[in-house]
Design a protein around this ligand. Sequence first.
Ligand SMILES: Cc1cc2nc3c(=O)[nH]c(=O)nc-3n(C[C@H](O)[C@H](O)[C@H](O)COP(=O)(O)O)c2cc1C
Length: 184
Amino acid sequence: MTSQTRPQNSREVQLEDDELIVTKTDSTGHITYANRVFMQLAEYAESELLGKPHNLIRHPDMPRGVYRLMWKTLHAGREFFGVVKNYTASGNYYWVLANVTPDYDSKNKLEGYFSVRRPPGRRAVETVIPIYARMCQLESTLSKATAPDASMEWLLAELAKQGHSYESFVLSLLDPNLSTGKSA
Ligand SMILES: Cc1cc2nc3c(=O)[nH]c(=O)nc-3n(C[C@H](O)[C@H](O)[C@H](O)COP(=O)(O)O)c2cc1C
């Protein structure tokens, strides 16, 4: 998506409470599978997704530090939970709670990764918006090379003050009734 193709009035679209977005990637983050819910919400045909890097749907409000933490966690062989904002093909956006896990074959060799996403609930979204804005602001003052690590470290230090890892923070924000925020 280029800035020329983004609509002026980008609007939020919602994943329904009973819907899950599923995608899989190879070990380099190129999409190998996308379910129908993802294709419908993100407004892509399967042929436009397969083989493409997953940053195709990256939203600029998402700090690079969050993705740095995601890849660090995955490379350590662990699963990652994150609150994520993504673009649709036409430039609208949606929020999800993403669980991303390494995918191993029967010989324990890394095949790639898969991600399952559900609505995060309004409380989680409202809580992360100012934190992500601070991270993006910090990243804008730094070089491309240093920004992701510095912003990730800032996030982890801020959350540590509250006794949280990013994972425990994200999980603490979840709405037990999986509300999308429409009625919350
Ligand atoms: C299974 C899986 C799912 C991913 N899902 C998303 C996603 O929904 N949105 C996104 O922007 N990046 C997602 N990523 C991360 C991207 O690969 C990429 O690291 C991120 O968009 C940051 O872009 P950059 O590497 O160009 O900075 C996912 C990666 C994997 C392995």
